[in-house]
Design a protein around this ligand. Structure first.
Ligand code: FAQ
Length: 311
């Protein structure tokens, strides 16, 4: 880079303005953003599986329509995030290959099974709720295409969280068995949802640099705390409890204290040994193989268009 290029980049960051695809950017900035944005895209795509699993078993036509719309939104999020990642220079086919080969990560949360209908509620309320807490600050990420994609994604996530909340509310005000099913779903998703924010700050190798680059605006622990503070009163309103005996209001800090999370489990899930990692990846590889004809048809069409334009 010339000094002028580096200075221009530094100036954009210091003014808190956006870096656009045509601007010069440091190699490490491009690389780290490609990593985060593509892994985010992979999470949206793999994240369709736990809920898609319940579409045919939704308890009513209305619930089925809502769930189908939500799962389709996740596909859309994956697509705009792949497009945003591609503006950094790596083609989608390469990003996809990194997912299929296991080289790229996707969110730990999607390696847990969705056992009952109440899990649709817990996923919407807790998983989409955590996603919103994490993603609202990303609307201000320094890289323009990522920040702009986040704005629309966050609006859709808000609807997702609301639909999850409503499922749980209805169950927790239903029969004793329904309430129990809702409580069980919350018990299973609470810890893994808190781990979506990433490892504790002291063990988060990317955070500091990402914050200096205005990609992340808050640390993993700061966002996790914000999420806990948000869901405690929501759980009370639902009539459900959160499975943490150490959860209590700390007057001095002005925040809820919460107990240690199981970080060994987290590490094992991101290394591939969670309850559903194998199944999720197998399903994704099958879906990719089954879609080969679509890619071939699109390619043949593009070639014909190019030929006709040249004639
Ligand atoms: N799972 O140094 P840090 C959704 C990795 S929401 C797996 O702290 P960073 C919506 C991390 O990549 C879910 N891996 O990393 C939806 C890094 O490894 P690497 C997706 C994790 O980047 C709802 C290493 O650990 N949301 O899909 C996790 O500064 C319902 C060290 O960590 C996003 O991706 C984890 N939980 O902070 C869809 C949001 N945590 O890459 C369907 C955008 C950390 O060096 C249904 N991403 N790792 O090999 C981010 O905000 C950040 O990347 C963090 C991690 C906060 C996830």
């Amino acid at each position: 880079a010339t000094t002028a290029e580096q200075q221009h980049f530094d100036h954009l960051l210091s003014e808190d303005s956006r870096v656009e695809p045509r601007d010069w950017m440091p190699k490490a900035y491009r690389k780290s953003l490609t990593r985060q944005v593509s892994q985010h895209a992979h999470s949206e795509i793999i994240g369709m599986q736990p809920e898609a699993n319940w579409i045919t078993r939704a308890p009513s036509l209305k619930r089925k329509a809502v769930l189908m719309a939500k799962v389709q939104d996740e596909a859309g999020h994956g697509l705009y995030l792949y497009s945003a990642a591609e503006t950094l220079g790596t083609p989608r086919s390469v990003l996809n290959e990194q997912l299929l080969s296991g080289k790229a990560k996707y969110s730990s949360i999607f390696n847990y099974p969705a056992r009952t209908w109440a899990d649709m509620g817990a996923i919407g309320w807790l998983v989409d709720g955590a996603a919103i807490c994490n993603q609202v600050p990303l609307c201000r990420a320094s890289y323009g295409p990522y920040g702009r994609a986040m704005v629309r994604i966050c609006k859709e996530e808000s609807f997702h969280q609301r639909q999850g909340w409503e499922i749980l509310y209805e169950l927790s005000h239903g029969t004793e068995a329904q309430k129990q099913m809702a409580q069980d779903a919350v018990n299973r998703f609470y810890g893994p949802a808190l781990q979506m924010f990433g490892p504790p700050d002291a063990d988060s190798p990317n955070s500091q640099q990402s914050m200096e680059w205005n990609i992340k605006r808050f640390s993993n622990d700061e966002l996790r705390q914000r999420f806990v503070d948000m869901i405690v009163p929501q759980a009370e309103a639902l009539g459900l409890t959160l499975p943490d005996p150490d959860l209590k209001w700390n007057e001095e800090r002005g925040h809820y204290d919460y107990g240690q999370l199981d970080w060994n489990e987290f590490m094992s899930v991101i290394k591939g040994s969670g309850p559903c990692n194998v199944q999720r990846m197998k399903r994704r590889r099958e879906a990719h193989a089954n879609g080969a004809w679509v890619r071939e048809a699109a390619e043949a069409y593009a070639q014909r268009q190019a030929r006709e334009a040249a004639e």
